[in-house]
Design a protein around this ligand. Structure first.
Ligand code: IPM
Ligand code: MG
Length: 380
């Protein structure tokens, strides 16, 4: 009997392509794990009105961690139109299941490494090695949004903040409002994760990316917590930047940054930008990590136009598996996998279209699994 379970959730679009391409690797990794399938995704929304079937939550509770492919998300109106007729007009609201899972399991760290592997023609430079720590449970992803904006709430807000008066003449129907919730607890734990990581890996600087000159209270909370936590790590410099300038600096001087930490939406945006420095979304791995459970997934979307064509780059998924191995304490396997990926990228014989090649998703997955076996057996 394997000693633990890992859930496999292909999800939508190319999710299945990249997880199928990872199978040869999973086979040779030889973990003492049973892999169990769990349903999630757009077809469940369309047919059942819920993209995250309740059964999936139960399956995940019995697993040590999960691998997730990709998810299709659409705005409310479009999502409603794709429901089967019997579910339409019932007020069902589409919510991205990955966002639900992040909150359900309190996976508060979204760790997104962006590292350039030499030989990749899409790198914006060698020696880029950035890890973004994105807060994963609140901020503008708190899902506390209003449209119309209720009059009662508006009156209440006016009592506490005169800035609301400017909108007094706007009808409620014409006003949509979101709450950007930043709690001290969430700010402090994500920032601590970033500092711990920097300390363990020997980095000398942590960059907090916010917008405290405008978002005085919410970004202000992040900045305050960052100062408090930095005091526990005297050997690590705390650098504080603004998201707009930071994205520009990332493109200009990516080598200047290593460990970065930010709130939810800024992290979502910054990680896509940063991935472009190291070969694009085909290399954008991520881990949604809590205290006891974690879900590893590429941070790219479901790319529906490529679904089933087996042309996309599976490296983001394979690098996410590498993160899973680290999290499971399988450091030797993790580093062998990373070497295998680096060496296939460098050799350049097997390349998906994004790197200018003609190989399929499956070819790339197979080449990396084969190389992994060589590396782990000490054959060079
Ligand atoms: C990501 C994705 C998700 C997000 C989407 C699919 C809801 O863009 O993981 O970065 O916004 O977090
Ligand atoms: Mg994103």
């Amino acid at each position: 009997m394997p000693s633990f379970k890992i859930a496999l959730m292909p999800g939508d679009g190319i999710g299945n392509d990249i997880l199928t391409a990872s199978q040869p690797l999973l086979d040779v990794l030889d973990l003492d794990a049973e892999y169990v399938h769990a349903d999630i995704g757009w077809s469940h929304w369309c047919n059942e009105g819920e993209a995250l079937p309740p059964k999936t939550g139960d399956i995940l509770k019995g697993c040590r961690c999960a691998l997730f492919g990709a998810i299709t998300s659409k705005p409310t109106g479009e999502a409603e139109q794709e429901l089967v007729p019997r579910l339409q007009g019932k007020g069902l609201i589409y919510r991205s299941p990955i966002l639900t899972l992040r909150k359900m399991f309190d996976l508060y760290t979204n760790m997104r490494p962006c590292k350039s592997y030499p030989g990749n023609p899409n790198n914006h430079g060698d020696n880029i090695d950035i890890t973004i720590f994105r807060e994963n449970t609140e901020g503008l992803y708190s899902e506390i949004e209003f449209h119309p904006f209720p009059d009662e709430l508006r009156a209440m807000v006016s009592r506490f903040n005169a800035a609301m008066d400017r909108f007094a003449a706007i009808p409620s129907q014409e006003m949509a409002v979101a709450l950007r919730v930043i709690t001290k607890r969430a700010a402090s734990r994500i920032i601590r994760r970033a500092f711990e990581y920097a300390q363990n890996k020997g980095y000398r600087k942590v960059t907090l990316v916010e917008k405290a000159n405008v978002l005085r209270e919410t970004s202000g909370m992040m900045v305050r917590e960052a100062h408090a936590i930095a005091a526990d790590y005297p050997r690590i410099e705390l650098q504080i930047t603004y998201i707009d300038a930071q994205l520009m600096w990332l493109i200009k001087n990516p080598q200047d940054f290593s460990v970065m930490v930010t709130s939810n939406l800024f992290g979502d945006i910054m990680s896509d930008v940063a991935s472009q420095l190291v070969g694009g979304l085909g290399f954008s791995a991520s881990g949604n990590i809590g205290d006891k459970f974690a879900i590893f997934e590429p941070s790219h979307g479901s790319a529906p136009k490529y679904e089933g064509k087996f042309v996309v780059n599976p490296c983001a998924m394979l690098l996410s598996i590498k993160m899973m191995l680290d999290w499971l304490g399988e450091e030797k396997k993790a580093s062998a996998l990373e070497s295998a990926i680096a060496s296939v990228v460098k050799a350049g014989k097997v390349r998906t279209y994004d790197m200018g090649g003609k190989s399929s998703t499956l070819d790339m997955g197979r080449a990396i699994a084969d190389r992994y076996v060589e590396v782990i057996c000490g054959r060079r």
